[in-house]
Design a protein. Sequence first.
Length: 303
Amino acid sequence: MLQLPLLLVSATAAAALTQPGLPEGCLGSVQDYSKCVADNWFISTSDPCYPLDGVPRPGQQVYIRDEFNFCIGLPDPDSLYLQENYYNVSALPTILNAEGYIRSFCVGDYLPPKSKAMPAGGIVSAHVILADDYYQVSGLMDCHALNINCDPLPGGGYNDGGQYDNEPYSGVDESSGGNPGFSQWLQQAGEGIFCMRVCKKSTACPFTDDTKGCYYTMNITSIDQGFSLHDIRTNGTGVLETGEPGATWSSRTTTTTLTTAAVTTANATTGQTAAAKTTSSSGGRVEASVALLAMVWMWGMRG
C-alpha cells in the first residue's frame, strides 16, 4: 500500500527534526488515502522526501534464506517521528502506525546495511516455505520483547495488526547475502503472529489483499511452535526439514521430526509460554507419524 511522503515539520524546525538520509524537513512518510487512490496506489513522481541514500533505503531491506536466517520489518526505534509520537510519550506503535517508518530486524548472522539484530526472544517460532516464485516465513513473535503494540485493530482491520510492502522506500536485499532476483515483498504482523513473502514477481505477492491478514493472503492454515523449512521448488528437495535455533545445515535432520503443538491464541507471550512447556531437554522435537507428515506435505503444497 502506498505511503505518501510529506514535509512534516516547519522550515525553522527542519534542522532539528530531519531524519538522517532524508531531505531537510522530512521525517519519513505517512498515509494520504485520497492521494493514494488518485495515483492508483503508486508513489507520485514528485516526491519531496525521496531518500538521499537510495531506495530501498539502508536499514529497510528484508530477505529470507531459511528459518534461522531472515529479516522482517518492524517499527524503527530510531525514527524521529515514532519517538515524538509514541516512545517519548510512553506509548508503543503498532505495525500499522509505523508504516513508512520501519527498520529491518534480522535473525541470523547476516544483516543488510544498517539493519538491526532481532531482540532476544522476539521470534518465538518460524516456518519457511521455498517456492519457485516466492519465499515465505511465518511464525509467532513476542510483542513485549519487540517493544511494539500488537493489540487488534478496531473492526478487525488488517486482521493481524498491519502490513508493509515495497512502498514507500523499503525493499528486498538482492545482494548475494540476501535474495538475488527477488524484487517484491509483503509482510503482515500483529496479535502475536507475523508472515512475510519475498517474490520474484508481483503476482506472487498479493498486494491488493494486504489488509486481509496472514491466513488469507499467504494461505496459512495455522501457525505452530518450532522452526521448519519446506522446500517445494521445482529443483528443491520436496521435503520438510526441522531444527532448533543455532542448528547448522549439516546438523539438521530431514523429514522425521516436527514440532506439532498448535498455538490457538493470538497472544505471543502466551504462545511463548506454551512453547516452553512443550520443549523437551533434547530440543523439543516430537516424532511425527507418517500420517502427520502427509498432512504437513499437503499443507506445504497449499502454501
